[in-house]
Design a protein around this ligand. Sequence first.
Ligand SMILES: Nc1ncnc2c1ncn2[C@@H]1O[C@H](COP(=O)(O)OP(=O)(O)OP(=O)(O)O)[C@@H](O)[C@H]1O
Ligand SMILES: [Mg+2]
Length: 316
Amino acid sequence: MTDLVRLEHVHAGYLAAGREVHAVHDVTLAVHDDEILGIAGESGGGKSTLIKLIYGQVGHPLHLFAGTATAFIDGEVVPIAGLRPYWWDFISYIPQGSMSVLNPVLRIEDQMLDAIPPRHRHRGRPALRAALVEMFEQIGLQADVLRAYPHLLSGGMRQRVLVALAAFLHPRIMLADEPTTALDVVTQKRILLLLRELQMRMRNAVVIVSHDLGVHYQLTHRIAIAYAGEIVEVGPTEQVFAAPLHPYTRALVDSIPRVGDDARREGLDGRPPSLQEPPPGCRFHPRCPVSQDICRRVAPELTTKAPERQAACHFC
Ligand SMILES: Nc1ncnc2c1ncn2[C@@H]1O[C@H](COP(=O)(O)OP(=O)(O)OP(=O)(O)O)[C@@H](O)[C@H]1O
Ligand SMILES: [Mg+2]
């Protein structure tokens, strides 16, 4: 198991009225080669910020405040802030809300070829186009989609185009932020299967952000649970769903409706805290059913609780 990216005690986020807002707070997490890693959690928990950080999209508005964030590229150690030259080849990114990133007045072909970094342009447009056609065929898109304008395509097809672009240069890591959120369930499933197929073919790392636990259950090998900017649990997906350690994970898993089970779902009271004024101690303590005095005072570290399983809780 090789690490492609490693974050250690990373604090990152934004400046609001001159103050640091840590949308990523003390996060330690690695992305391994040949895995599908999921990042789950409620809205505003810092999932997109985390994925942008892994992509190395730091500078403005996202700042890396503290900690170390490193990528390992063919034996070379590259700080995450220096990843830009490796975008597309080593790491690609499908941003959240990407359905709207396609330019409506340009044919798919032109915008895809324009998006390919200049260092690949020596291959010439006809050769790149032929490679795009090949990639399209592999993922079940007809070559004539290349000549289409985005508005002629369904949401599922547009998302497929973006997946094709992300996979085009066979990156070691593909990041996808809520890749299926705007799609109907049938199309959702197709996109998830496509991502899985590509990962199996390339044996690379795919990182999927989704608030939908069903997506993680179907697709991911390992899952990281984000809460209020922190990672509160990490582990093999099946194990995390079968026996969650952290009370927040337990609440999320318990809230999944199951066919044939009429029991009332408890859900989770309250809302995640503001990242500008997070509570002291454990950030989850105001909503936690098992919190004790120590939880109000001392922030629990993410620690190994069982092989391959980590959680940040004083009582699990
Ligand atoms: N460009 C920005 N400038 C300032 N604050 C931001 C910016 N982008 C995000 N934030 C803040 O950072 C926090 C985390 O946001 P983020 O988008 O990472 O969460 P998320 O888990 O992806 O949420 P969602 O599930 O809704 O996509 C939020 O409080 C958000 O308001
Ligand atoms: Mg998001």
